[in-house]
Design a binder for this molecule. Structure first.
Ligand code: HEM
Length: 418
């Protein structure tokens, strides 16, 4: 218990010592374009109408994990979600997981917390849960948890897309948890402790570390860069776009099952880049592939990063300044039947592939009200994207993210079991 009070005190000191502690932390972690140094150390509220980690200004680090249930007991599943929610509330506040001793009403079994985050501040940790299609009906068509009739239609399997090279062992999953923080140790600690708490009920199916957020999700943030060196997130939906978020990100009441009202759907894609080929591509060609300049991020034919995309504008040679096959044209809502989503991806570099190439790319994450009118039409439209010559989708995930936990005593996905 002394660990708990020490951590609690650290939390207080961290919160008050904004000016000093944070500047140092900011340099230490090097988050891309962190607008307010205070965000780096402080806690982010776990409880609320929506889950944190969606419109929360994207933190610099990610540990995303997909889990498979290894129990077939509905009671086990509910107990797990209760224990996880309790632990998530603790860890996002900067306290050890399970320190309240409330796992199924029993003191958490030792080790109460794995310890590697004991001296660290909350680090802007958010934990966001999602339920995969297989939680409702598994690959063999079984309804293991009596949830089949609660499955949202919007959680329909994604179609096969041109160029997909998906590997089952890094795709799908019954549950997912997205941990974002400014310190990788904080994010990894959180996933590790959820896996520990779930021992005997869940096993990790796959997980992904990410760095250098590839998206801005708030106008307070500068736009970061992806591994292709381009600014990413310029034309993203942002936390300030409340009306657009209501239209494109949050599930409204009355749409689909009641338990999803206030939730969102997340699509993840592990996108490998053929970095070495990209690096031998001339700058001008890279820019016509994306449709923006590499330096400032301005649209081709424009001057500044946030200039409107002008798809009608001709370049010096009379052809469209933003080519017809440019990524930003094909992904823009004017060419995708109005589809929009909130992108929240991360860079990854997972060593090399044994052939002298970096195993690097973009771990794409996007939140939307309905993937059938969000991710799917955009990805279908990207079939003719020249960018496809430099990327390969190797992992995929689709999860229904329930609304936020309203307060202590509540738990993730509670409405699903009512
Ligand atoms: C825009 C890169 C994959 C959807 C952009 C921009 C860049 C970029 C540099 C311009 C800046 C911005 O507005 O954010 C990439 C790279 C990818 C990738 C390197 C793969 C490794 C995807 C995928 C989707 C997608 C898979 C969705 C299916 C979008 C959308 C925009 C965008 C919706 C905004 C277009 C607009 O309204 O201007 N992307 N992207 N991107 N991308 Fe991607």
């Amino acid at each position: 218990q002394s660990g708990l009070s020490r951590r609690a005190m650290l939390g207080v000191v961290g919160g008050a010592g904004v000016a000093v502690g944070v500047a140092g932390a900011s340099i230490a972690y090097g988050p891309q374009g962190t607008a307010h140094a205070a965000d780096v150390d402080g806690p982010i509220e776990f409880y609320g109408e929506h889950q944190a980690g969606i419109v929360t200004p994207a933190q610099d680090r990610l540990h995303f994990a997909a889990f498979d249930l290894i129990t077939e007991s509905r009671d086990d599943l509910v107990a797990l979600l209760r224990a996880w929610s309790e632990a998530a509330a603790q860890m996002t506040a900067g306290r050890p997981a399970g320190a309240t001793g409330a796992v199924d009403g029993h003191p958490a079994a030792p080790p109460d917390d794995t310890g590697e985050a004991l001296d660290l501040p909350p680090g802007g940790l958010t934990l966001t849960i999602g339920f995969g299609p297989s939680l409702f009906v598994d690959a063999e068509g079984r309804d293991r948890f009596g949830l089949a009739d609660r499955k949202p239609e919007a959680l329909a399997e994604l179609p096969h897309f041109v160029g997909d090279a998906l590997r089952p062992e890094i795709s799908d999953g019954d549950l997912c948890v997205q941990a974002c923080a400014y310190d990788p140790q904080v994010a990894v600690h959180a996933i590790r402790n959820l896996a520990r708490i779930g021992f005997g009920k869940v096993s990790v199916r796959w997980s992904q570390l990410g760095f250098g957020r590839t998206s801005a999700t708030s106008r307070e943030q500068t736009t970061p860069r992806n591994m292709m060196g381009f600014k990413d997130g310029t034309n993203n939906l942002k936390a300030e776009d409340t009306a657009l978020l209501g239209e494109h990100v949050w599930v409204p009441e009355g749409e689909g099952p009641a338990w999803m009202a206030g939730g969102s759907y997340v699509v993840t894609r592990r996108i490998r880049m053929t970095i070495e080929t990209w690096d031998r591509t001339p700058l001008g060609e890279q820019e016509t592939i994306i449709g923006r300049t590499k330096g400032s991020g301005a649209p081709l034919g424009g001057v500044k990063e946030f200039d409107e995309l002008d798809f009608g504008k001709a370049g010096a040679d009379g052809t469209p300044a933003i080519p017809m096959q440019a990524h930003v044209r094909l992904a823009h809502h004017s060419t995708t039947n109005g589809a929009r989503m909130l992108r929240r991806g991360y860079n990854f570099t997972d060593g090399s592939d044994g052939l002298g190439r970096l195993d690097a790319g973009l771990f794409f994450i996007a939140y939307q009200r309905d993937p059938r009118t969000g991710f799917v039409p955009v990805q279908l439209n990207l079939a003719s994207d020249v960018l496809n010559e430099y990327i390969r989708h190797v992992g995929s995930g689709l999860f229904a993210c329930p609304p936020g936990v309203k307060g202590p005593g509540g738990f993730w996905g509670e409405g699903l079991f009512g």
